[in-house]
Design a protein around this ligand. Structure first.
Ligand code: KG4
Ligand code: ZN
Length: 341
């Protein structure tokens, strides 16, 4: 299939409805995002049924919005997130993509959400070239991947327990911050002393490239209990947040640089929600001798633009609209290299 001129991207894997139009010639044309954070905040986490219903409510109006902003009546292809994610939420995007594909008689391509994240820096002015090392850090995943070319992904390390974003979110929760905790914890950390507590740098001294964050979470919890018992928690909160953030970032950066060096890769891509963390971005840029790439802040967390861009690259796999794919668990290293890239 020849490369499309304009791809409509649809993201509904979790708690954001993302829509975008991406041109193979000129890049991103328009994008829109609706966050469901307020809907889920009262429950302290994402409620799948509420997520699906809200995607149903928001998806079509957002598509109409970006199409009219861009002055486009019909795209040349449609890309949607087919997984991994919440099955019901994924089916909303998949159903809409296939319905529109039939109506517009245009091909539809199923995109892997994490591939979308790792290709998100391709939306920027100076995109990375292959090969590169990707540090993918989101609410559900922590992965170090050798990206040889589109679709050829070797998993070098992953988390043995909590994902990086999950560790931020859980630590934020025990610090009494809201949901989602990552950005709130990062903001509080700005006011604290990151040397106040010496928290463990999990697995940093082990030779492998895996991560584990549960020990760090427990260490933070013990300090919080101590401070609560001593009645000093209010004055300690920012220092605990800063020390936690420093320990988590040291671990992520240390392992990412080790992975790049051992694979002989001189480019690192940082992507996924935790990639919005300012300390992570500055530390890795400072300590790595090669080039570091990341998406702009708004494209670190879930969005439609990364799905449109990844879909445009995978258009050779697009099919006539018939099959709605929704895959809850989908290992990234099982993807294939598209025939024409
Ligand atoms: O990629 P993403 O939007 O959704 C998933 O696919 O999981 O990532 C969301 C995660 C959440 O855990 C959130 O707390 C975390 O990214 N996050 C951050 C920051 N911004 C978002 N963690 C640390 N620092 C941040 N500034
Ligand atoms: Zn994501």
């Amino acid at each position: 299939m020849t490369a499309p001129k304009i791809t409509l991207g649809i993201e509904t894997s979790c708690d954001e409805t993302g829509v975008a139009l991406f041109s193979t010639q000129t890049g991103l044309i328009a994008h829109a995002l609706h966050s469901q954070i307020d809907l889920h905040a009262v429950y302290g986490g994402v409620v799948p049924e509420i997520a699906s219903r809200d995607h149903v409510r928001m998806l079509l109006p957002l598509i109409q919005q970006v199409m009219s902003e861009a002055g486009i009546e019909k795209p040349d292809a449609i890309a949607y997130t087919a997984g991994p994610g919440l099955t019901g939420a994924l089916m909303v995007g998949g159903g809409m993509a296939n319905g529109l594909g039939l109506a517009w008689d245009c091909p539809v391509v199923a995109v892997h959400h994490m591939e979308g994240h790792l290709l998100a820096p391709m939306l920027e002015e100076k995109p990375p070239e292959f090969p590169f090392l990707a540090l993918l850090v989101s609410g559900g995943h922590t992965m170090l991947i050798a990206v040889r070319r589109l679709g050829e992904y070797e998993m070098l390390g992953t988390t043995l327990d909590d994902a990086a974003g999950e560790a931020f979110d859980k630590t934020a929760k025990i610090l009494g911050l809201g949901y989602p905790g990552g950005p709130l914890l990062a903001a509080l950390a700005e006011e604290g002393d990151d040397r106040a507590y010496s928290f463990p740098r999990p697995m940093l001294n082990r030779p492998n490239l895996d991560f584990s964050f549960s020990g760090l979470k427990t260490a933070v919890m013990l300090e919080i209990r101590k401070a609560e018992a001593a009645g000093s928690i209010d004055s300690c909160r920012a220092d605990i947040a800063a020390s936690f953030q420093r320990a988590a970032v040291d671990t992520l950066v240390g392992k990412a640089i080790r992975a790049a060096e051992s694979e002989g890769l001189d480019r690192i891509v940082v992507a996924g929600g935790v990639g919005a963390n300012r300390l992570l971005r500055s530390e890795i840029a400072e300590r790595f001798s090669g080039e570091v790439y990341y998406p702009r802040f708004e494209f670190c967390t879930d969005n439609g633009a990364m799905i449109a861009a990844a879909g445009a690259l995978r258009i050779s796999q697009a099919k006539a609209a018939t099959e709605i794919r929704a895959v809850a668990r989908w290992p990234l290293d099982t993807l294939d290299v598209p025939a024409t890239t």
